[in-house]
Design a protein around this ligand. Structure first.
Ligand code: PLP
Length: 289
């Protein structure tokens, strides 16, 4: 059982309790982050904290900590879990806190609830990376503020579940005929030797992995850019990738039961995946902290 952070305290997970009046529990009124830490080194912590700030601003919860305080708090959490050698994923959640009455509008005075845990990253198997995954397309039924990393994930859960029940690993979402993102990932396609991903907007979460992948493609001198992607372009793509902090970059080799390209991870995926692993390896070295 791990050690978690709850409102300024480090304690065993089974002892961490929140009141049933917490608005996170009652309304899903809160935001979260998922931050990888490789051998104790945070992966793009500043970018994760900047996105957290945007999410907090989006739901009008004031940030309970400065960046320096967050860094210290999360470092203490890693240390308490002896998480400085392996790869860990930090889950960080802030809710609007508790109120005496269950009312939709914000209570007058609130004290945000801060929770963070660190668990070992369980990456997909080497075989999964080598073979790629299957995905299905679904209509994006979520709300209009998908750039906020809100804990109220019911639509994402239902979409991912629909994919799993169809034997697929991810749902790729389309809104009015255009690609937005995955149920829990961003999406890239390779179309006529160009690497494309939808531009940031309120229709998708600005993934930290997405930004890193885009940067890696540009460092490699590959042809990559942000662009609206139609359903037809998605179906014509020779490669499709999904990106996220814990699954990194996975090739989608089957879309709606049709092979993507040759039905196996493509050459550009192999290149960027290898670069990503090199980037992670460098991050594990203490000298690059
Ligand atoms: C809806 C959605 N889009 C994109 C992502 C990828 O974001 P990141 O690369 O920061 O993990 C996630 C991650 O969980 C997500 O839930």
């Amino acid at each position: 059982m791990g050690i978690v952070h709850l409102n300024g305290q480090l304690l065993p997970e089974e002892q961490a309790k929140i009141p049933v009046t917490d608005r996170g529990f009652l309304f899903g009124d809160g935001v979260y982050e998922v931050i990888p830490a490789y051998a104790g080194n945070f992966f793009h912590l500043d970018e994760h904290l900047a996105r957290l700030q945007n999410s907090l601003d989006g739901v009008h919860i004031s940030n309970p900590h400065s960046s320096a305080q967050w860094r210290q708090l999360l470092k203490q959490l890693l240390n308490a879990n002896h998480a400085n050698k392996a790869d860990y994923s930090i889950y960080l959640q802030i809710t609007r806190g508790s109120a005496a009455r269950r009312e939709h509008a914000f209570p007058q005075e609130t004290h945000p609830t801060v929770f963070a845990s660190a668990t070992p990253i369980i990456k997909p198997s080497d075989e999964t990376y080598a073979q790629g995954i299957s995905a299905i397309t679904l209509e994006d039924t979520r709300w209009k503020q998908c750039h906020i990393k809100a804990i109220s994930l019911l639509p994402n859960i239902l979409l991912r579940q629909q994919a799993v029940e169809a034997g697929a690993a991810e749902a790729i979402l389309l809104k009015e005929g255009y690609l937005t993102e995955g149920a829990a990932s961003n999406v890239f396609i390779v179309l006529k030797d160009e690497i494309l991903t939808p531009p940031k907007s309120a229709e998708l979460l600005p993934g930290i992995t997405r930004d890193v992948v885009l940067e890696l493609t540009q460092q490699q001198g590959l042809n990559s850019r942000e662009a609206q992607i139609s359903e037809q372009q998605l179906r014509e793509a020779s490669e499709i990738w999904v990106t996220s902090s814990t699954r990194e970059i996975l090739a989608v080799t089957q879309l709606d039961d049709q092979p993507v390209g040759k039905g196996k991870p493509g050459p550009l995926w192999s290149r960027i995946y290898a670069d990503y692993q090199t980037f992670k390896k460098q991050l594990r070295q203490p000298a690059t902290r």
